[in-house]
Design a protein around this ligand. Structure first.
Ligand code: NAP
Length: 280
């Protein structure tokens, strides 16, 4: 039976440590979140972020806009937050309404306040092998989870399914930095199973049920990033958990795997940005 990569347990451990660190800070870090539109999942995610920040003693502010908000209004708010010395970290909740250019909006955030590590500056640093201000939250969370279970990707074949800027590309880059041999697959990949079957570590970030028993190698590590609701409304990951739990050596569940690690990384990044802004 595969060992479960327990993101919930690790998140609690990270939070215990962060509570003590934040307690000692004379001024508490502040995270500002911009939420535009009425995507129900985004609202839940933002609410969870707010609750976690509160639990840790981190200040959080949420700026909510209707789905017809203009791009210039969002950019104006980001400029204000950039200029405000009391704001240490800025997050724009994705997806943004269709009429808004997400690249332009994200790039308006000062790199030193870019808590998701998604600006061109921070992703450029990541891709050029330099240090970004912080690493993107979900890829960072995956690395922390692997570290916790002493799974070292160096020399291993890591296959990533998905090539988004949010997860697929940065996690592939972070695995490369950790000396893995990396293959990235996507919707146009032919013979997906032939490739994924060669993975020592398989990271799936799709949002559809794409990984079954036929896709994985015996004793491989399987990280499931995907979250979606199936036809019955239940939360699902990309991976057929029951099918592969006797074949994989480690597996991250959904829920309870990568999700909690993403939020833990967000909180870690908020404190890290505060410390960098104060030369701590
Ligand atoms: P995204 O931007 O929609 O990217 C999905 C990727 O999957 C794309 O690169 C797409 O390929 C690829 N893809 C789609 N169908 C495929 C198929 N049949 N076979 C192989 N690849 C396929 O999504 P994302 O933002 O990266 O998120 C991916 C999933 O992770 C979603 O379910 C999201 O909710 C979840 N997520 C979870 C967390 C967490 O904390 N747990 C954080 C972020 C995201 P193309 O590029 O060719 O279209």
């Amino acid at each position: 039976m595969a060992i479960i990569l327990d993101g919930k347990k690790l998140r609690e451990k990270i939070f215990e440590d962060l509570i003590l660190k934040v307690e000692k800070m004379p001024v508490k870090p502040t995270l500002a979140v911009i939420l535009a539109g009425d995507d129900p999942s985004s609202k839940i995610y933002v609410n969870n972020k707010r609750k976690c920040a509160q639990k840790l003693g981190i200040n959080s502010m949420v700026f909510e806009y209707p789905s017809d908000v203009s791009q210039s209004e969002i950019l104006k708010k980001i400029d204000e937050l950039n200029d405000d010395k009391n704001i240490n970290a800025i997050l724009v909740q994705l997806p943004l309404p269709e009429h808004i250019d997400k690249f332009k909006v994200i790039d308006r955030i000062l790199p030193s306040k870019d808590v998701d590590g998604l600006t061109t500056y921070n992703s450029g640093k990541l891709f050029s092998g330099e240090e970004p201000f912080v690493y993107p939250c979900t890829p960072k969370g995956i690395c922390l989870l692997l570290d916790e279970y002493k799974i070292n990707p160096a020399g291993k074949h890591v296959v990533v399914i998905g090539r988004s800027n949010l997860v697929g590309k940065p996690v592939a880059q972070m695995m490369l930095r950790r000396d893995a041999t990396v293959t990235i697959c996507h919707s146009k990949t032919e013979n997906l199973a032939e490739i994924t079957k060669t993975a020592d570590i398989l990271i799936s970030a799709v949002g559809k049920n794409v990984v079954g028993e036929k896709n994985i190698k015996l004793n491989s590590v399987v990280i499931d990033v995907g979250i979606f609701k199936d036809l019955s409304g239940s939360i699902r990951g990309d991976v057929e958990f029951d099918e592969i739990s006797n074949k994989a050596s480690y597996i991250s569940p959904v829920p309870g795997g990568v999700g909690p690690m993403t939020i833990a990384s967000l909180m870690l990044n908020t404190v890290e940005l505060y410390n960098k802004q104060h030369d701590l």
